[in-house]
Design a protein around this ligand. Structure first.
Ligand code: NDP
Length: 338
């Protein structure tokens, strides 16, 4: 069972040396305790929140322990079970970690969930029909509360969360403007995902040009912003927010390795009577059924598109993760394990 451990904590940007590849024996069926399930992981999800867990600074979650298997969501199949609700061959999603096989205590509520792969591919349960999808759904539906005809801006628009937000907002009759890194991502966001416009933040390096581009893309101003990045783009959006606009603070990835991301003009919160609300998706399990119903329905019927960047093999996980923090992924970043 190949596993990746957290070997050391990064001071600023993480490096491959912060991780360690080790091999451990795969548990046998006889070794399972009552209630345990052994999962052969097919895909590992790489997510920006893992950067926070690598540090031991104050956060909403406990840090990842050193020399322990890196935490992470996985999808796979049950290969041995001592729990009555799980059978060998079941497709499941769980927090399996950065490893090929995971021993899960299925008696713990929510630790492992069976998934239906007849109309939805297994990997999508780590993306559009999983934690990132529900994140997009929560921030848009519960915080931004968009009305038809309003304009919504989404940063990291081609990514796992952003792509869902924009397509949900389009389905609600909004004008949707994405922000993404580079012309290929922007083309995908408008042509494949159906956003009305997409700005390339790599070509917009000062506040004046960023806000002018937003003015052109959102001529009626901005009513809702789903913020995944922070920094210059957020400052530009705030300048263009309409009165009583809502900003859902989902992520601040531009600052995850300690880069300063000050807010240039907080007085706009007052002047434009803005609502700014941060949220952590795992604190809202109550929305999961409703969100999953909409997301699953849209994916199964092709009304929700998504794209994946797939690294091959557990040993590729650290590099793929470091790439995610630099925008090298294009869509949901996964590691294929089988
Ligand atoms: P993505 O698939 O969007 O991948 C991350 C993307 O962020 C990159 O592709 C890149 O897109 C962009 N990015 C990375 N570094 C920078 C930078 N320095 N400046 C600008 N853009 C950058 O990831 P997810 O969809 O999984 O996550 C998106 C956001 O949602 C993250 O901030 C994450 O932390 C947050 N999140 C929050 C949750 C919550 O509960 N609050 C739950 C899940 C996710 P590009 O090339 O287009 O710039």
């Amino acid at each position: 069972n190949h596993q990746i451990l957290l070997a050391s904590r990064p001071a600023a940007e993480p490096t491959p040396e912060n991780f360690k590849l080790v091999e451990a024996p795969v548990p046998t069926a006889e070794e399972l305790a009552e209630g345990q399930v052994l999962v052969r992981n097919h895909f590992l999800s790489l997510d920006p929140y893992m950067r926070g867990r690598m540090s031991d600074s104050k956060s909403y979650a406990e840090p990842q322990p050193l020399d322990a298997v890196m935490i992470g969501g996985t999808v796979g199949e049950v290969v041995a079970s001592k729990h009555p609700r799980f059978d060998v061959g079941d497709a499941v999603v769980c927090m399996g970690g950065w490893q090929e096989y995971s021993l899960i205590d299925a008696s713990q509520r929510g630790a492992i969930t069976k998934v239906d792969t007849r109309q939805i591919p297994l990997s999508a349960y780590l993306g559009a029909v999983g934690m990132p999808g529900v994140t997009g759904w929560y921030g848009l539906v519960k915080i931004i509360e968009p009305k038809a005809g309003e304009t919504v801006v989404v940063s990291a628009a081609s990514g796992a969360v952003g792509s869902v937000v924009g397509q949900l907002a389009k389905a609600r009759g909004c004008r949707v403007v994405g922000i993404a890194g580079g012309p290929d991502k922007c083309r995908y966001v408008t042509e494949e995902l159906g956003f009305d416009a997409c700005l390339d933040h790599k070509a917009l390096t000062d506040l004046r040009s960023f806000s002018a581009a937003l003015k052109a893309a959102a001529p009626n101003g901005i009513d809702g912003c789903f913020e995944n990045v922070g920094g210059l783009g957020l400052d530009a959006v705030m300048l263009r927010m309409n009165a009583f606009g809502r900003i859902a603070f989902c992520g601040m990835i531009a600052g995850y390795s300690g880069q300063p991301i000050p807010m240039a003009n907080p007085s706009l919160i007052l002047v434009s009577r803005l609502k700014l609300q941060g949220f952590i998706v795992s604190e809202h399990p109550e929305v999961w059924p409703e969100a999953m119903q909409e997301l699953g329905g849209m994916v199964a019927t092709g009304r929700m598109k998504f794209r994946e960047s797939v690294a091959e093999g557990i040993a590729s996980a650290p590099e793929a993760f470091l790439g995610l923090l630099k925008g090298k992924n294009f869509g949901k970043q996964l590691v294929k394990l089988v």
